[in-house]
Design a protein around this ligand. Structure first.
Ligand code: UDP
Length: 244
């Protein structure tokens, strides 16, 4: 029997590329992805046709896979091409970044060329603040300012490194190199820490394993062209594996 679609009761949050709605069931909410694209903390704005559907379906395929491997995630079920039912959590104000190769802000900060393999994955925390441009912080800052508990920090580190191992293997089978990515976590009313938010070409660096071609938001950030095609190519590879 088909499950009835939950009804949206209120707009909880409107972000740069997604909206989150409350449901009658207070333990769940609906995430709705749009085609809006931003970069450099909202300074660059645009649209990538079809992006909402790619982000929704790729995120869900990866969340289902991670759940099946024992990672606690907020995913419940896909409602449509662009909407998903998830468990309602209080988001921690942190981004966890895991890197396997140099790129982006790490390459910039340390004056390194892009694409150098890191001998061990590098894990970083950013404090989520548009006004401060999401600054890099460490465990002492997190504990001192109460952004997460010691136990939550340790758990986020362990889960994120495990997610890195799982995603690297999964994407390798799709011919994609996982250069780096960003995760976010939330806490349920009962205190459970869950992997939340999205995992997509908007929040990861995906390079074609054979050609090194970028298949992610860097094409938009850096005005490289072929943005829509890159997102569709990622979707095509996921669908070819019947993952979405
Ligand atoms: N990232 C993200 N949201 C952010 C910052 C970074 O999704 O607000 C992702 C980004 O797409 C990349 C990884 O995290 O896959 C590392 O990003 P980096 O710190 O290099 O910053 P960027 O170069 O994207 O500014």
């Amino acid at each position: 029997m088909r499950e009835t679609a939950p009804v949206k009761t209120a707009l909880l949050y409107e972000g740069k590329a997604k909206r989150v709605y409350a449901c009658a069931d207070e333990e769940t909410c609906i995430v709705s992805y749009t085609d809006a694209a931003t970069a450099y903390n909202g300074l660059k704005k645009g649209f990538i046709p079809g992006k909402g559907a790619v982000v929704n379906r790729v995120t869900n395929a990866l969340m289902r896979y991670l759940s099946s491997e024992g990672i606690p995630t907020h995913y419940i079920r896909e409602l449509s091409d662009t909407e998903t039912l998830v468990r309602r959590v209080r988001m921690l104000p942190l981004e966890v970044i895991v890197r396997n190769y140099t790129s982006g802000s790490l390459a910039h900060r340390l004056g390194l060329e892009e694409g150098l393999p890191l001998t061990t994955p590098v894990l970083e925390f950013n404090y989520k603040s548009d006004a401060l441009d999401d600054p890099l912080v460490n465990t002492c800052h997190i504990l001192s300012f109460g952004w997460a508990s010691e136990e939550q920090v340790q758990r986020m580190k362990a889960l994120s490194l495990r997610v890195n191992t799982l995603l690297t293997g999964y994407l390798d089978r799709l011919g994609i190199r996982l250069v780096d990515f960003k995760l976010e976590y939330g806490v349920t009313g009962g205190g459970e820490l869950l992997l939340a938010d999205e995992i997509s070409p908007d929040t990861c660096r995906f390079w074609d394993i054979k050609t090194g071609e970028k298949l992610d938001k860097d094409r938009f950030r850096r005005d490289m062209g072929g943005v829509t095609e890159a997102y569709q190519e990622v979707m095509r590879r996921f669908c070819a594996q019947a993952a979405c």
